[in-house]
Write a protein that binds this ligand. Structure first.
Ligand SMILES: [Fe+2]
Length: 143
């Protein structure tokens, strides 16, 4: 799976992001060997485009949204970000097929929860300009 190439659709179409996470969860549960082969691409995806997306949100969007009274929602979103970063570290250190498949399952489930949460509580609060800036920074080659 070429995760980087999925980026545009991922953040332009939340339903497809959910589908991708569900497919990974399904793969991890039903074919751990196939899931384990995705270790490097899943890690690259979390630490590349997803990390850029997280950092942009944390640096530019969350402070503005906190000022608009969304403190509790932003706290949850930040916890999701921290949990996914931790899960990436768990995935990196996982060695055997079962451990790798389990870490991929947990990471995909976190991505699914987080996409659902932000889609419901965060993104509706963004202006069109804020949304476009988020997509542009996520797609950018450089940090
Ligand atoms: Fe986020």
């Amino acid at each position: 799976m070429d995760f980087a190439a999925k980026m545009k659709e991922l953040f332009a179409d939340e339903d497809r992001a959910r589908d991708m996470a569900r497919r990974l969860m399904h793969l991890a549960q039903n074919d751990p060997t196939a899931a384990a082969r995705e270790k490097d691409s899943v890690l690259a995806f979390i630490r590349g485009p997803i990390e850029k997306h997280f950092r942009y949100e944390e640096e530019h969007l969350f402070p503005a949204l906190e000022e608009h009274g969304l403190g509790p929602e932003i706290d949850v979103a930040k916890k999701h970000h921290a949990a996914l970063r931790q899960e990436a570290a768990n995935l990196e250190s996982a060695k055997d097929t079962k451990g790798i498949a389990q870490a991929i399952y947990f990471a995909a489930r976190l991505m699914l929860h987080h996409t659902n949460f932000e889609g419901d509580y965060i993104y509706p609060e963004l202006s069109k300009e804020q949304w476009h800036a988020l997509i542009a920074s996520t797609m950018a080659d450089n940090q």
